[in-house]
Write a protein that binds this ligand. Structure first.
Ligand code: XMP
Length: 520
C-alpha cells in the first residue's frame, strides 16, 4: 500500500471520533482526522478511497447542508470515494438525500438489538440479531426512494441505510466502540470490500510517519523537554531524539518525592539509551520546603506544579545561555490527556485539566507532541519498536505530584521516607508475583492516623499504611485487584516489621467510581 493511501475521518465533535481512526489503523489503513470545517472541495483527495463522517453532539441545522456541503459531496463523487456516516454522520447523509429527521423525542442509548435486512454489504457479520451500541436522540424516520434501509432497531427504526448511487452508507449505531461486538467487521467491510483498501499500514509505518512529522515541524530547531522517566515522556523523548538527534535537551527534576531508586534508574536508562543532553536537577530540598505545612491535596498539586516550572525555567535559561535559544518544548501528551482537557476539538466537554497540556505562561516555545494521537497501549507498542528497555515501557503510571498525593496531611522528609520504604516493599513483593503484569497501578498511601499496636512486649502508637492495587485500561474507571490473601498478608507483615512509623496495614477495596485511584 502506498503511504498516500488513507481514509479521512471528518470530525463533527463526536466522543468516539478518535476511536474511528484508531480502528482504521488497527485494520491496516492510515486514517487522518479532519475538522468538520475543512472544505473537502479544496482538498487533494488523491489516495483517499473512503471518508467517514463521525458522530456529534448536536442536531443537524440548515448550515450543515448548505452549498458548501453540496460542493464537498460533488467533489467526493468526482473522486469516486465511498462515504460512511456514523450516528450524526448517518443522519446528515440521509437528510442530504431527502430523508426526514425526527429531533429529540425518542432516544436510544446503550445496547440495542439489530434486525439486518441486507446482509450482503457492510453488515454481513451482524446478521443474527446481534447487539450494537446506540447513543442518539435525533433519528432518521422516513427515507426516500434511492435510499435502501439495511437494518432496523427497536420498533422498526432505521438503523442503517445504503445509497448505491452515491456510494454512501449510514449507520445510526457506533461500530467503533467495543460495546458493538462485531463493529470492527462493519468498518473492515466498508474499508476493504467497498472502498478497496489493501491495508498494510503497520505500527512501524506509524513510527516513520511520526518521525517525518517531527522533522518537518522542528526543522533545524532545538527542543527542550522535561522527562519524568514515565512511559509517555520516555517514548516521546526517544522519538524526538531519533528524529532530530542531539538537538534534544532533556531535563529530569528530582522533586524529592520519587519512589525508591527511581532517579538512579531513570538516569542510568537515559545514559544507556545514549542521550547526549540529559540533565538531572536535584531540587528535593526546594520542593519539601515549599510543601511545608500544606495539607490540602489541591494546594499540594499547585505548589508542586509551580515549583517544577520554577526549577525547569532556571535550567532552561542556563541551557539557553550555554547552547543558544530553544524554539520547541517536547511533551509526552497522549490522546486521552487531550480528551480530559478537551483539547481535541469542539463539542467535547471538559473533564479535568491535565498537567501535560498546560504550558507555563512564560513559555513561548512551540509544543512538539509526537504521541498526541495515540493511546497508552499504542505508546507502549511504539516504545517496543524503538527498542526502549521493557522495564521503562511497561512501567506503571506515576503521577506528576509523586508521593506527595499519597501522604495524608503535611508532607515532610520523614513522611516521604516512611512511605517510600513501605511502597518499595510492596513493589518488590508484587514484581515477583504473576499478578504484577495484569495490574494498572499498585502503591501505598500513608495515613496520618495513629492506632495502637503491640510489638514484642511493647505498646506501639503509629500510623497506618494503605495498600492500593487497581486494574484499569485507561484510569477513567478502575476495579480493585484481588491478590492472593497470603501475598497481602506477607506484604503487610513485612511493612509493619521493617518500616518504623507504621504499625497497621489496610487494603483499599474501593473501585473508581466512586473512589479515585489516588487518595489525595
Ligand atoms: P485518579 O486519582 O484521578 O487518577 O483516579 C487517575 C490517574 O491519574 C493519575 N493522577 C495524576 N497524574 N498528576 C498526574 O500527572 C496528578 O495530579 C494526578 N492525579 C492523579 C493517577 O496516578 C491515575 O493513574
Amino acid at each position: 500500500m502506498s503511504k498516500a493511501e488513507r481514509v479521512l475521518v471528518v470530525d463533527y465533535g463526536g466522543q468516539y471520533t478518535h476511536l474511528i481512526s484508531r480502528r482504521c489503523r488497527e485494520l491496516g489503513v492510515y486514517a487522518e482526522i479532519i475538522p468538520e470545517e475543512s472544505a473537502l472541495v479544496r482538498q487533494d483527495l488523491s489516495g483517499v478511497k473512503g471518508i467517514i463522517f463521525s458522530g456529534g453532539p448536536r442536531s443537524i441545522d440548515e448550515s450543515d447542508l448548505d452549498q458548501d456541503f453540496e460542493s464537498d459531496m460533488k467533489h467526493i463523487r468526482e473522486y469516486g470515494i465511498h462515504v460512511l456516516g456514523i450516528c450524526f454522520g448517518h443522519q446528515l447523509l440521509a437528510v442530504w438525500k431527502g430523508a426526514k429527521l425526527s429531533a429529540g423525542g425518542n432516544p436510544e442509548y446503550g445496547e440495542t438489538k439489530l434486525q439486518v435486512l441486507d446482509d450482503e454489504s457492510i453488515l454481513q457479520d451482524l446478521n443474527d440479531g446481534q447487539s450494537v451500541w446506540m447513543s442518539h436522540s435525533d433519528e432518521v424516520v422516513e427515507i426516500p426512494d434511492g435510499l435502501e434501509p439495511l437494518a432496523l432497531s427497536g420498533d422498526s427504526r432505521i438503523a442503517a441505510f445504503k445509497d448505491e448511487e452515491n456510494k454512501v452508507f449510514g449507520v445510526q449505531f457506533h461500530p467503533e466502540v467495543a460495546h458493538t461486538p462485531n463493529g470492527r467487521s462493519v468498518l473492515e467491510r466498508f474499508l476493504r470490500n467497498q472502498c478497496g483498501y489493501v491495508g498494510h499500514w503497520t505500527p512501524e509505518d506509524e513510527v516513520s510517519h511520526i518521525l517525518n512529522a517531527i522533522q518537518r515541524e522542528v526543522g533545524m530547531g532545538r527542543v527542550l523537554m522535561g522527562t519524568s522517566g514515565g512511559v509517555d515522556s520516555t517514548v516521546a523523548a526517544c522519538l524526538i531524539k531519533k528524529a532530530i538527534g542531539d538537538r534534544l535537551y532533556c531535563v529530569f527534576v528530582d522533586n524529592g518525592l520519587l519512589r525508591a531508586g527511581e532517579r538512579r534508574e531513570v538516569e542510568r536508562a537515559f545514559e544507556e539509551m545514549d542521550f547526549k543532553h540529559f540533565v538531572v536537577i536535584d531540587a528535593s530540598r526546594r520542593f519539601i520546603s515549599r510543601l511545608k505545612g500544606i495539607e490540602d491535596p489541591e494546594e499540594k498539586r499547585e505548589t508542586i506544579a509551580d515549583t517544577f516550572i520554577e526549577v525547569f525555567e532556571e535550567k532552561a535559561k542556563q541551557l539557553e545561555s550555554e547552547f543558544g535559544a530553544f524554539e520547541f518544548l517536547g511533551q509526552g501528551t497522549i490522546y486521552p490527556d487531550r480528551v480530559e482537557s478537551a483539547a481535541t476539538g469542539k463539542g467535547t466537554s471538559v473533564i479535568k485539566s491535565h498537567h501535560n497540556v498546560r504550558l507555563p505562561t512564560w513559555m513561548t516555545l512551540k509544543p512538539v507532541e509526537p504521541l498526541k494521537n495515540l493511546y497508552k497501549d499504542e505508546v507502549r507498542e511504539v516504545g517496543a519498536i524503538l527498542e526502549i528497555p521493557d522495564y521503562l515501557v511497561s512501567r506503571q503510571p506515576f503521577p506528576g505530584p509523586s508521593l506527595a498525593i499519597r501522604i495524608g496531611g503535611s508532607v515532610t522528609e520523614e513522611q516521604v521516607d516512611i512511605l517510600r520504604k513501605a511502597d518499595s516493599i510492596l513493589q518488590h513483593e508484587l514484581q515477583d508475583h504473576a499478578i504484577y503484569a495484569s495490574i494498572w497501578q499498585s502503591f501505598c498511601v500513608l495515613l496520618p492516623v495513629r492506632s495502637v499496636g503491640v510489638m514484642g512486649d511493647e505498646r506501639t502508637y503509629e500510623q497506618a499504611a494503605v495498600i492500593r492495587i487497581v486494574e484499569s485500561s485507561d484510569a477513567m474507571t478502575a476495579s480493585v485487584a484481588r491478590p492472593e490473601w497470603d501475598l497481602l498478608l506477607g506484604i503487610a507483615s513485612r511493612i509493619v516489621n521493617e518500616v518504623d512509623g507504621i504499625n497497621r496495614v489496610v487494603y483499599d477495596i474501593t473501585s473508581k467510581p466512586p473512589g479515585t485511584i489516588e487518595w489525595y
